[in-house]
Design a binder for this molecule. Structure first.
Ligand code: ARG
Length: 585
């Protein structure tokens, strides 16, 4: 099934050809969801946009389009409104047929795309030997959700973890490892990350205070880069320790991601420099190799350089990203590359993309896009910190979400004669706690800063995960109480949509595919959250206006099917946000 919007767009495009010949139908945006139900369900402004070209009155154009439209099955006769808008109202019989089609369809009528695109989603990407922080948490949650939506749409997604596992800091870390933990090189598991972060700090102190230490750190970098076995072993050890800690977070969040860190691109860095040189973009500035950027100026108005090779021959974060772009395009055959980091890196990506484009590294068919997000703030509006003022560890943040949701669930799940097992409660606490953290993040417009508040994200009312999870349990419970095996209903069981609230709910259910198309295009998961929140509200209105269990005959069955379809839509939508559901709560 194609989305309703898509079908309307096609129908209007066909009508335009019939009415005015080829050449006027190449705008995609001429049909939209109506902004207000009084304009019908969908609306088109195409007649207005053609006024100048056709030199005719827009209402007249609108009428000609309507005369050439073939939509009898889908819509009532389209109406002309105001200066020349065309309003479309879907026919109940058409909606009934569509809802019917969803009945035994896990994908809820949403077909995968015909020609899957290869998409790289670069997300999470913490740094080795450093703590994974709340910025990485946002990247992980947003990246996972975007990847899930794209995957569901049928795209071929490569989820990449561009971990910071290379750079001069490893010289310092290896030197310190050898000095302070000589046994680490012969024994596995001698350190854990808690230590490793403290370890990083101690190494830094040694580095700053001792010239000799500094010197051997520099030698270590060279040794590591030239493949010295012992240095590589030490490096590997440090990376493994970090990796294990990162993995705990990914397991808790149920995230799939493939690690391909900065070090992976080492063999390709020299080629980047050579090719930049060949394109004539490379210039020497104070001993460093760089590309002067267009549109980036310092305060004196001089063009800023992007340094790709330092005076000492070392490469930068940007050089690695240039190599990564090329690798992803050439070897991974990516057609779209999506980078998810805080907005602080917007400048970095704009510069890297510009240089890659000017150097001809990005074919026209490939889209590279930075998906920025705002800061995570504490309830005081400042950087999120523990009460004692230290940076918050992700592990404890997620643990606290689960502890808090558990306290709440325990009180309610053991109320009266209700006795749920501790196993059930623990699982529910995890689903609600983690779901709350994810939903709080995803439901925001990602570009704004967001205030991290356990109380808000765990609230039972409002646009929160607990509210959505309860809505799911309730909706699903209603269809269960109907005691009808929906899977074995005869195929000719009719869907009956007569009441306004019923029609509104059905239309909303049928718009999931349009929302997913929008999320894929704009990379804004909050659109999906809004859709789901609206869905639960429209269900409530339906539930209030239309008796379900007390209805009779076919009407009762039809409403039970509508409730079941709502529940399945909620479940699917939440799963695309990376949020699990519970059957009871
Ligand atoms: N490791 C970086 C950081 O923690 C993020 C990497 C983002 N991805 C990229 N291809 N640069 O800030």
């Amino acid at each position: 099934m194609q989305s309703i919007l898509f079908q309307l767009q096609n129908a209007v495009a066909d009508a335009l050809v019939k009415a005015f010949g080829e050449g006027h139908q190449n705008t995609e945006a001429f049909v939209n969801q109506a902004s207000n139900p009084k304009f019908g369900d969908y609306q088109s402004n195409v007649a207005l946009s053609l006024t100048k070209i056709l030199k005719k009155n827009p209402r007249e154009i609108a009428q000609t389009i309507i005369d050439n439209l073939d939509l009898d099955e889908m819509c009532e006769t389209p109406a002309i409104a105001g200066p020349g808008f065309i309003n479309f109202t879907l026919k109940p019989s058409y909606l009934e047929a569509l809802i019917k089609e969803l009945q035994n369809d896990d994908r809820l009528g949403i077909e995968p795309v015909d020609a899957p695109q290869k998409v790289v989603v670069d997300f999470s990407s913490p740094n080795i030997a450093k703590e994974m922080h709340v910025g990485h948490l946002r990247s992980t949650i947003i990246g996972d959700s975007i990847a899930r939506v794209l995957e569901f749409r049928g795209q071929n997604v490569l989820r990449l973890n561009h971990v910071g596992d290379w750079g001069t800091q490893f010289g310092m870390l290896i030197t310190y490892l050898k000095e302070a933990y000589p046994e680490a090189l012969t024994k596995a598991d001698a350190l854990d990350i808690g230590d490793l972060v403290a370890f990083y700090k101690k190494a830094k102190i040694r580095f700053d205070e001792d010239e000799e230490f500094k010197e051997s750190s520099r030698n270590q970098v060279v040794a590591l880069q030239s493949g010295d076995v012992e240095s590589l072993q030490a490096w590997q050890l440090i990376c493994d320790q970090s990796r294990r800690e990162f993995q705990k977070i990914y397991d808790t969040l149920n995230i799939e991601i493939t690690e391909r860190g900065e070090s992976f691109y080492n063999p390709y860095l020299a080629d980047v420099i050579n090719d930049l040189n060949e394109t004539g973009l490379l210039e020497k500035d104070a001993g460093a190799q760089c590309v002067f950027l267009e549109g980036f100026k310092n305060k004196d108005g001089d063009r800023l350089p992007l340094i790709v090779q330092k005076t000492d021959g070392g490469f930068n974060y940007a050089t690695t990203d240039l190599a990564a772009i090329r690798y992803r395009i050439k070897e991974d055959e990516a057609q779209r590359i999506i980078y998810i980091t805080d907005s602080g890196q917007a400048g970095h990506f704009a510069q890297v993309f510009q240089v890659a484009e000017r150097a001809g590294f990005i074919p026209e068919t490939v889209e590279v896009v930075h998906v920025p997000f705002g800061l995570v703030q504490g309830e005081d509006g400042k950087k999120l910190k523990t009460r004692s003022g230290e940076t918050i560890k992700l592990k404890s943040l997620l643990d606290e979400a689960m502890v808090r949701s558990k306290a709440d669930l325990e009180a309610r799940l053991t109320e009266g004669d209700r006795q749920e097992s501790s196993e059930f409660i623990n699982h529910a606490a995890q689903v609600v706690g983690i779901g709350a953290v994810k939903y709080a993040d995803l439901s925001q417009n990602r570009t704004s800063n967001y205030i991290f508040s356990f109380d808000k994200m765990l609230a039972l009312q409002g646009n929160t995960a607990p509210y959505m999870l309860y809505a799911y349990v309730r909706v699903q419970g209603i269809s269960r109480q109907g005691e009808i095996d929906l899977a074995t209903l005869p195929t000719d069981t009719p869907i009956l949509l007569t009441e306004a609230a019923e029609l509104t709910l059905a239309k909303h259910i049928l718009q999931l595919s349009e929302v997913l198309v929008a999320v894929e295009k704009e990379l804004m998961p909050n659109r999906l959250c809004e859709y789901l929140y609206d869905l639960s509200r429209k269900f409530n209105q339906f539930y209030e206006a239309c008796p379900i269990l007390k209805a009779e005959g076919d009407r009762r069955i039809s409403r039970l099917i509508l409730a079941d379809t709502t529940a399945r839509t909620l479940k699917l939508g939440l799963s695309l946000l990376g949020i699990e559901t519970l059957d009871r709560m």
